[in-house]
Design a protein around this ligand. Structure first.
Ligand code: HXC
Length: 514
């Protein structure tokens, strides 16, 4: 009988050796770190505590009987990030391709259960060939148990996923159920059916990277929130995301002290809006001006860029920013922007992050593609998300706020707690040209010079409505502010709202249009 401590050491060494030197070298050649290297970098130094290191698979078919699979291909445990506890799992591609069998799945479920019970975020580092083929239905069952736990944890604790290798078939759905997906360029791919199946079924030829690489999911499908150039950058992003989030829905997000004065004036904002109402400008200039140290962490950049979302801080406290981007599609709302907006507002609301909405939108994007694509259904999500949210909501109307899009972008009636406006704000049912065409159609048609009449009538309409004062006189806008003083006004509005308490009627859950 060997010395018990020696025996433990021998077993630990075997588990830490993962799939062996050759496979570890191959992992490195592919530009990927191993599961253990990733966890060591992600967590505060020396804080990782592994659990389930001795778990073994129970496969017996197709050469699995007695086959060594250290840690069953997934390293699980807990550690700290910025001193705060987190649960983690990291699939180990060097062991059976990180494939998910019964016990591999049970290890993930174990940390999911612990994270949920203890109100601690969970981070999954995915690098896997998917369901372990040799284990058949036991592997599939393992996924189902994980999906169920992802759903139960949704809105209770932050769930962050990093895709650092393949993620194919149903395996993509655990990540898709989490709050944030970060993908690594070139090494990570997500798809339901891979290039070979697509070729066989539809005849289309596509590479894995084009089909499901990081940029595809960041810019095209909207599945990913962030893309990184390396494992290291992706893991830095996880830490950054967590720096804005509470441990769970019962806690407030962490405050980071700032030297940036709350009442800082910004002269650049005096003329950031071009005099010509149809000229674009970059709304991120305003966002950065309002946030502490101009630090804005944009999410889903590259997808539906007519709407900007992201996280930052004001007075040290995290805020979620939603802003129309006049530079892209004139800042109109479309299907993809609506989905992006609604999900982000719900994310903020789930984790007690106040939402600041900067409005400059001429309305919904017109077109058959939008109507047939269900803009009614998608746009309704935006209304739902804002009206449902109980976090502090501050709206700042910069320029255009027309029609349904005025309502949708967190108007007073939809539940904004405080609505501010710049003197350049224009709140109306529609733009002056469109309005003139409809209400003055007869005058225009009867006129000797229809063009001139139309322009004059549009101007008349603009004079009447294209300002913030009609809305302010009705109380729909609480204050018209000097653009230069924006940061101070927004900061004070948030400060007075931090203890806000708002409730919604009791129910099982709402039936959000999806
Ligand atoms: C068992 C697997 C595996 C799997 C890979 N391996 N995927 N073992 N089950 N699903 C093993 C390989 O046999 C190999 O073992 C090692 O992992 C590395 O794989 P390679 O093929 O050598 O690596 P690479 O060339 O980099 O290719 C990676 C890959 C490819 C693209 C992921 O392995 C692949 O296509 N695997 C199958 C993917 C798949 O179809 N999975 C099922 C998806 S459906 P050795 O011993 O040689 O190192 C699914 C359903 C989920 O997941 C349903 C949920 C509802």
């Amino acid at each position: 009988m060997s010395n018990p401590r020696e025996e433990l050491k021998r077993r630990r060494t075997a588990v830490e050796g993962m799939g062996g030197q050759k496979r570890i070298e191959r992992q490195h050649q592919m530009g990927k770190w191993t599961a253990r290297e990733r966890l060591a970098y992600l967590l505060d130094e020396g804080t990782f505590e592994e659990i389930g290191a001795h778990v073994k698979h129970r496969g017996t078919l197709f050469g699995m009987a007695g086959a060594a699979a250290p840690a069953d291909g997934v390293v699980t445990g807990y550690g700290r990030i910025f001193g705060r506890p987190v649960y983690v799992f990291a699939q180990d591609f060097t062991v059976l391709g990180g494939s998910l069998g019964e016990m591999h799945a049970a290890k993930i479920q174990r940390v999911q259960d612990l994270a949920l019970k203890s109100g601690v975020p969970i981070i999954g580092l995915n690098d896997s060939g998917g369901a372990r083929i040799q284990e058949g239905v036991d592997a599939l069952n393992g996924y189902g148990e994980i999906f169920k736990r992802n759903t139960w944890a949704s809105g209770v604790i932050p769930q962050i996923t990093v895709i650092m290798g393949p993620s194919a078939g149903g395996a993509v759905y655990s990540p898709a159920l989490t709050d944030i997906i970060i993908m690594v360029r070139k090494t990570a791919q997500m798809f339901i059916t891979g290039p070979q199946v697509i070729q066989a079924v539809t005849g289309e030829t596509v590479t894995s990277e084009a089909l499901g690489g990081a940029d595809t999911h960041l810019k095209r499908s909207g599945v990913a929130h962030l893309a990184a150039d390396s494992d290291q950058e992706a893991l830095d992003m996880v830490r950054r995301v967590l720096s804005f989030l509470p441990q769970n829905f019962r806690e407030e997000p962490p405050v980071a002290p700032t030297e940036d004065p709350l009442g800082r004036l910004d002269g650049r904002l005096a003329d950031v809006i071009p005099l010509d109402a149809n000229k674009p400008y970059d709304v991120t200039t305003i966002i950065r001006s309002v946030l502490d140290d101009g630090d804005f962490f944009e999410l889903q950049k590259g997808y539906a860029d007519n709407l900007v979302i992201g996280l930052g801080r004001i007075g040290g406290r995290p805020v979620g920013i939603v802003a129309n981007q006049p530079r892209v599609l004139a800042g109109t709302l479309d299907i993809n922007a609506s989905d992006k907006l609604a999900r982000f507002v719900r994310f903020c609301d789930a984790f007690n992050i106040p939402v600041v909405t900067l409005v400059d939108t001429p309305g919904y994007l017109p077109g058959t593609a939008q109507e047939y694509g269900g803009i009614i259904r998608h746009g309704a999500k935006v209304l739902y998300a804002y009206a449902e949210a109980t976090v502090p909501k501050v709206t700042l109307i910069l320029r255009k706020a027309y029609g349904g899009a005025y309502l949708a972008t967190c108007s007073r009636s939809l539940g904004a707690d405080l609505v501010l406006a710049w003197p350049t704000a224009e709140i109306a049912v529609m733009g002056p040209d469109g309005a003139a065409n409809i209400i003055f159609r007869r005058d225009i048609e009867a006129s000797a010079d229809p063009q001139a009449t139309k322009a004059a009538k549009a101007e008349e309409y603009r004079e009447e409505f294209a300002n913030p004062y009609v809305a302010a006189s009705r109380g729909y806008i609480d204050a018209v502010i000097d653009p230069v003083e924006t940061r101070g006004h927004v900061a004070r509005a948030l400060m007075v709202l931090y203890n806000k308490h708002d409730e919604r009627p009791a129910k099982h859950h709402g039936n959000m249009p999806v």
